[in-house]
Design a protein around this ligand. Structure first.
Ligand code: SAM
Length: 327
């Protein structure tokens, strides 16, 4: 029988999100923080160190891995790393979240390495706005990356959209329209208070988003087909793609949270929104054996809070920016 990992609230914890770099080729206004200080290269976990951690954790009950960053496609050797991870026994799901800037040239290698699906972050279909939101002029590269991911058979290709009143609320229907013709899963994610740019007035709840979509289309709820996690998933009748709504703030899903996070500099975090974390790199590099590394997993698990309290502008911000945790 497969092992099951549970926290003290009875939640099954089977998902590890791994940031493999804190470097990013974008400067998204909701993500970067004032004090970006890249971690020195030798403080970043090496791929073989991460593989060792995943191998140990998979034996305890971790089944799903997501590779994130920073921008994971900036790290050299990603396809080989994916191929190593895909051989670890006990894992059921392996995915990558990318901003898509470097995807066109890497999609095929990632697919060949064993990656099945991919999430691409893209908040707008307008190149000029893309520049404002991300600080860089890479819209066409990202779009070509998305098309390439689809062409090489990564499936599904999910497009993550951070919804913000000022920047893309008027594009909700255009984004949704993509699902009519293409098999993309468009996922609207509530804007979270992670840095100084947070502005309550820009917040758009998934209920607001759903109302905009339903002013024009019928939304049929569908069951979790593609590892949907906390997303509520819908389809417009006859559409090829799907629509996901993710509400970390307006309707937090902590009660079913199944995640831990591993930062690029080797800290395990029990919750995205809390500064609590445990160093696993130091024991790993000091020759800790598997049982000792397993202990770090259980210590982190014991610290998993019942829920987060990141509701509004008055809530404390995390010490690390999203770029440093991985989302
Ligand atoms: N660079 C990759 C990317 O862009 O997908 C992976 C890292 S990025 C931190 C992961 C996800 O976090 C992206 O989808 C990004 O849009 C999201 N994100 C970052 N800051 C956010 C915020 N304040 N609120 C909601 N989502 C955020």
């Amino acid at each position: 029988m497969k092992p099951i990992l549970k926290d003290k609230y009875g939640r099954v914890i089977d998902y590890l999100r791994i940031s493999i770099t804190d470097h990013c080729n974008l400067r998204c206004l909701y993500c970067v923080t004032d004090e970006i200080a890249w971690v020195p290269h030798d403080e970043i976990l090496r791929f073989e160190e991460i593989t060792k951690i995943v191998d140990i954790f998979a034996k305890e009950g971790i089944r799903k891995i997501r590779i994130t960053g920073g921008e994971p496609l900036m790290r050299k050797g990603l396809p080989d790393f994916i191929s190593q991870l895909s051989r670890i026994e006990g894992l059921d799901d392996l995915s990558v979240t990318t901003n898509g800037v470097l995807l066109k040239s890497q999609a095929e290698a990632l697919k060949k390495a064993g990656l099945k699906r991919i999430n691409v972050s893209l908040d707008t279909l307008k190149p000029e706005r893309y520049k404002i939101i991300t600080g860089r002029d890479f819209f066409s590269q990202v779009w070509e990356g998305i098309e390439m991911a689809k062409a090489v058979g990564l499936s599904p290709v999910k497009i993550n959209v951070v919804a913000m009143k000022e920047y893309n609320a008027d594009e909700i229907l255009d984004l949704v329209k993509l699902t009519l013709e293409e098999p993309y899963v468009i996922r609207f994610i509530e804007y979270m208070p992670m840095n100084e740019s947070w502005d309550d007035h820009n917040f758009l709840s998934v209920d607001d988003i759903k109302a905009v979509i339903e002013s024009v289309h019928t939304l049929v709820p569908i069951d979790g087909t593609h590892n949907n996690g906390p997303a509520r998933v819908f389809q417009i009748p006859g559409a090829r793609g799907e629509i996901g709504l993710i509400s970390p703030l307006s309707n937090h899903f902590c009660g079913t949270c199944n995640r831990l996070r591993l930062t690029a500099d080797g800290h395990l975090r029990p919750c995205l929104f809390s500064d609590t974390e445990i160093d696993i790199k130091t024991p790993l590099r000091s020759g800790a054996n598997d049982a000792e590394l397993r202990d770090v997993l259980y210590k982190t698990l014991a610290l998993k809070p019942k829920r987060h309290h990141m509701q509004s502008v008055s809530a404390p911000k995390c010490h690390r920016g999203m770029w440093s945790i991985g989302g």
